[in-house]
Design a protein around this ligand. Structure first.
Ligand code: FPP
Length: 241
């Protein structure tokens, strides 16, 4: 298949709230986990599309700090899916030049999953074609609270002077400290909410709310969203020149 060519003004960092797996499955009379498995296949396609379009950073919301409220069987099924995904995709991700990172509070995840996450990060750390960040047990407020705790500890230890704290200080303590801020945040499934995703980092991001359910979100549709972004005029609060 022909490679898609990068569009002018390609966003450097795209973040995606992958919503609609459950409704997609239910519409087919299938269990919700069927939708999550289809969603995982779409992740693979969109990572490849980022490579083709020269989108350097892709961050995806796989499990929020609020998702623990789902039924035990859905939570267990999702955790199993994450383990399977890492085991199954590790080699290909490494070979395709994808650097994988995880954000969120991983200490609350099961030990086996944590180990797989650590190993995948180590395996792919020298890659730089696409930077894939997967948010698991992630919440924007939780991340800011954890970052603040680390920052307060540095103050207590005499490593940080409170008078020196400015808006560049907190991001150094966030899970995303090595990533640029997202340029574009996409949410699928017709919901127009940000649901606690990258709250600090998205201050100047453009948003696209797409009706398509995540398992139906093809690379062609992704390409269209990226092209549309290319035509936007981001002013970061300034007056147009
Ligand atoms: C939201 O749809 C989706 C999730 C909470 C899980 C996202 C997980 C995946 C896309 C699959 C696996 C990802 C990786 C990285 C392997 P929903 O269940 O809330 O859908 P609904 O709003 O229709 O109920």
């Amino acid at each position: 298949m022909a490679k898609d060519t990068p569009v002018p003004n390609t966003p450097d960092h795209v973040a995606i709230i992958m919503d609609g797996n459950g409704r997609w499955a239910q519409a087919k009379g299938r269990p919700r986990l069927f939708g999550h498995h289809a969603g995982a296949r779409r992740v693979k396609e969109i990572v490849r599309a980022c490579k083709d379009l020269d989108v350097k950073y892709l961050t995806i919301f796989a499990f929020s700090t609020e998702n623990w409220k789902r039924t035990q069987s859905e939570v267990t099924g999702l955790m199993t899916l994450f383990r399977q995904y890492i085991k199954r995709e590790a080699k290909a991700l490494k070979a395709e030049g994808v650097c994988v990172r995880f954000i969120g509070d991983r200490l609350k995840l099961d030990k086996q999953l944590q180990k797989l996450m650590d190993e995948l990060e180590q395996l792919t750390e020298d890659n730089d074609v696409v930077n894939l960040t997967i948010a698991i047990n992630y919440g924007g407020r939780d991340e800011v609270a954890r970052a603040t705790q680390l920052m307060a500890q540095d103050v207590a230890d005499g490593k940080l002077n409170p008078a020196d704290v400015d808006e560049d200080t907190l991001p150094r303590y966030l899970d995303t400290h090595v990533l640029p801020d997202p340029d574009l945040v996409i949410r699928t499934s017709g919901e127009a909410r940000i649901s606690n995703f990258l709250l600090w980092q998205s201050a100047y991001a453009e948003y696209e709310f797409i009706d398509t359910l995540w398992p139906d979100f093809t690379k062609d549709e992704f390409n269209k969203v990226i092209s549309k972004y290319g035509g936007r005029n981001r002013r970061f609060g300034a007056v147009p020149a």
